[in-house]
Design a protein around this ligand. Sequence first.
Ligand code: MG
Length: 289
Amino acid sequence: MRLLTFAHDGAIRIGAMDGDEVADLTAADPDLPTDMVEIISEWSLPRMQSALSVAPRLPIDDVDVLAPLEVRKNIIAVGRNYRDHAKEFSDSGFDASEKQMIPDNPVVFTKAPTSVIGPDDPIVLANDPTGTTDYEGEMGVVIGKVAKNVSKADALDYVFGWTVVNDVTARDLQKRHVQWFIGKSPDTFCPMGPVITTRDELPDIRESWMTTTVNGEQRQHAPISALIFDTETLIATLSEVMTLEPGDVIATGTGLGVGIGMDPPVYLKTGDVVEVSIDGIGTLSNPVL
Ligand code: MG
C-alpha cells in the first residue's frame, strides 16, 4: 500500500493511493487511528487492506496531503553515503567534519522534528540567515517495530516502508558550527512524503532510483543500490547502540548533484520548485519561499 496522511473537511485522515485517487481509509474504518505512528505500531496492514476494499475514493486534488507521519523525535540522517556525492562534498570544502572522503562507518546526524513539512509546503529561505540553502534528495526508511541489536540479516523485518525525504541544508551553518545539526534543522528544512510505500509493495528498494529536479531541470539521478551503507547496515549499526522505535525515520543520504557541487555553488532561491522522486514511492514537490 502507498499510505498517506491527509486533511479533508477539516479533519486529519489516513488514506491509501489508488491510481490518482485517495482511498479514504478513515471513512471506511472510523476506528482506525488517524495517527500514522499508531498505525505503524499496531502493524494493522490486513485491517487497512480490508478498509481499502470498501473505502470511498477522493480526487487527489480535493485533499491536502500532509507529511505521512508526525515524527516523535529527531530524524536520523546519514551523510556522505554515495561515493560520487562524498567526492563532490569533499571537493566543495563544506564538510567541517571530514577526516577522509569515503567514510569507513556511517556518518550519522539528526534533524529536528520541527523541520518536517509535507508535500507542497514551502521551504522558507528566511530560516537560513546565511542564504546558502541547498537540497538533498534522499530515500527515507520508516521503522515498523522496536529494534535493538538487530542483525543485518533480520534488519528488513523491522522496516515498515519507504518514503521520500528532502534533507534541505543551510550549507554555511553546516560548515560554520562544525556539528551539522543546526544547518540541517531550520524550520521547513525536512520535506517528507507524499506517501509511505509499505515494504510488501516495494520489497527491494535497491531497484529504485532517486531523481531530483529544480524547476524541472534534473540535478540528481542515483540508484538506491549505490548506497555505501545500505538499509540493513544502517539498522544494524544504529540498533546496536540505541533502540529504534516504530515511526522513526532514517534519511539514508543523498547522491551526486547538490547545489554546492556546482562551480560556483548554486543555492535555492525564492520561486524555485524542488521535486524529489523515487520509483515506487512518488514525487515530493515543494516550492521555495
Ligand atoms: Mg543528506
